[in-house]
Design a protein around this ligand. Structure first.
Ligand code: FRU
Length: 524
């Protein structure tokens, strides 16, 4: 029985990617939290290591909670993490590798002076958690943020330190947004305005924008905003206040929470990890004995075309799992039809698809002033003039189970079109104790762009990326019939007035190896 949650302190060290995570070794539900630890050479195949930290001190007796890693200039690593102490007060603690010459970083030492920070005046004892990776100020101090709230306003507190032992709390907040509630797992990092590489967390030149991400405890989603970091005022100002932190864009419009990025100095990229929970019942999790998975790591770049969005994309290493491929060119999908795609068992797939909708239909369609939203719509079965159309993944032959991943184009009375990207789980399973919501959001489609999609299907996990990763949706679905050899893939077009043509490249995907830590005592 076990369950995992937040990614913690991801980093690359001496040839290995390290992934720490919130882990309950005792039950398939949250509780008894310690730090799990796994390593990989390629972010795909993993080796589990012994627990990195357990709840063995008064300052983390009630749980070794979320934290982040910072590399010091001499290559040493410090880990700041939240301890829920013996009285369940949230405090911050310092830990570091026992042996920096060990590439696997198996043993961790907790600093003898812990806790290093306790909730400051005005902050409640259970509202002080999840320190970020620290970044350097121009004066050479380390600076980091900690999530909190004041009444119902979500806030990020800021601290400076020279040595990770003594800390100075700075006045004000990095950002505060009314009505957003407790900010968990704050992440704060630079993205290049011009380049294609990720940036170290301390980079702060005129060529960067900053991204602030918060996980909203109240609605369990991760929200981000692009803006400007003012080092002197210790503030982050969003470019567009109408999409401020916690009220605007989300990393993912499905199940995805407590995400954290790190700068991968091995490949000069910023990599994002997120926790994908279950969307079946807790009873089902207890019965199967485990809960939760981690997303395929994604690279994150600023979308230079919109300036507002990030582009999230599965790390290129995922391509190493590709097996045989199938290509379909200009498949025509008439209005109101379903077209099967023969790709063999459709449970582990990487799908790249491009859709074109008939131009004349787009022009001819009459607009309306009804506002569309994926979640309040009737899903993929509700027909509009210009959509929905897309893929039916994890579907059985008779379509009694299917998860549509699709676009919906809505034309306004002013003649302008808006494109939405949705996942409809309402018919994903004949089982009743599973989430059947319809997920999704608007996706910007710029002049000259086709509608494009990438979908990674892995049994119960569907990670889908529209327009190069501008809008992303992760679904957990639990089909009972559309499984293994019976799982199929289809194209569909449920528009009433427009034909659609689709071109696709699809790969069967290999399984990744995830190996347990070898029990050397039993070695024969
Ligand atoms: C987010 C979170 C963090 C906390 C940790 C405890 O999922 O609640 O705020 O540190 O999980 O497991």
């Amino acid at each position: 029985m076990e369950s995992a949650s937040d990614p913690n302190g991801p980093l690359f060290y001496k040839g290995w990617y390290h992934f720490f995570y919130q882990y309950n070794p005792h039950a398939a539900v949250w509780g008894d939290i310690v730090w799990g630890h796994a390593v990989s050479k390629d972010l795909i195949h993993w080796l589990h290591l012994p627990l990195a930290m357990v709840a063995d001190h008064t300052y983390d007796k009630s749980g070794v909670w979320t934290g982040s890693a910072t590399f010091l200039p001499d290559g040493q690593i410090v880990m700041l993490y939240t301890g829920s102490n013996a009285q369940a007060v949230q405090v911050q603690n310092l830990a570091y590798p026992a042996d920096h010459s060990d590439p696997l970083l198996i043993n961790w030492i907790k600093y003898s002076g812990n806790p290093v920070l306790v909730p400051p005046p005005g902050i409640l004892s259970k509202d002080f958690r999840d320190p970020t990776t620290a970044w350097l100020t121009s004066e050479g101090k380390w600076r980091f943020a900690i999530g909190s709230k004041v009444n119902k306003t979500g806030v990020a507190l800021v601290y400076d330190t020279k040595d990770f032992i003594n800390y100075e709390k700075l006045d004000g907040f990095l950002r505060a947004v009314d009505g957003t509630g407790m900010w968990e797992c704050v992440d704060f990092f630079p993205v290049s305005k011009t380049g294609e590489n990720g940036l170290d967390t301390s980079v702060n030149t005129p060529d960067v924008k900053h991204v602030m991400k918060v996980s909203l405890d109240d609605d369990r989603h991760d929200y981000y905003t692009v803006g400007t970091y003012h080092e002197k005022n210790v503030t982050f100002v969003p470019d567009d206040p109408t999409i401020d932190v916690g009220i605007g864009l989300r990393y993912d419009y499905g199940v995805y929470y407590a995400a954290k990025t790190f700068y991968d100095q091995n490949k000069n990229r910023r990599v994002l990890w997120g926790w994908i929970g279950e969307s079946d019942s807790e009873a089902a999790d207890l019965q199967k004995g485990w809960a939760s998975v981690q997303s395929i790591p994604r690279t994150v770049l600023l979308d230079k075309k919109t300036g507002t969005h990030l582009l999230q994309w599965p790390v290129q290493e995922i391509d190493s799992l590709r097996l045989n491929s199938y290509e379909f060119n200009h498949v025509s999908i008439q209005a109101g039809s379903v077209v099967p795609l023969e790709v063999g068992p459709a449970t582990q797939l990487d799908i790249i698809a491009e859709f074109k909708i008939e131009k004349e239909a787009l022009e001819k369609a009459t607009g309306s002033n009804v506002t569309f939203s994926c979640s309040s719509s009737g899903g993929a079965k509700e027909r509009g003039a210009l959509g929905p159309f897309g893929l039916l993944v994890l579907a059985d032959d008779s379509l009694s189970e299917q998860t549509p991943v699709y676009f919906y184009i809505a034309k306004g009375s002013d003649g302008n079109v808006k494109t939405f990207f949705c996942n409809d789980q309402s018919r994903s399973s004949v089982a009743s104790d599973v989430n059947k919501q319809i997920y999704g959001s608007m996706v910007p489609v710029l002049k000259g762009e086709n509608l494009s999609l990438r979908v990674l299907v892995d049994h119960s996990i569907i990670e889908s990326f529209a327009q190069g990763g501008r809008t992303v949706i992760t679904s957990r679905v639990y089909p009972t019939r559309a499984i293994y050899g019976a799982a199929k893939l289809f194209l569909f077009n449920n528009a009433t007035e427009a034909g659609v043509s689709a071109s696709l490249k699809i790969w069967q995907m290999n399984s990744a190896f995830i190996r347990p830590y070898p029990n050397l005592d039993n070695k024969s």
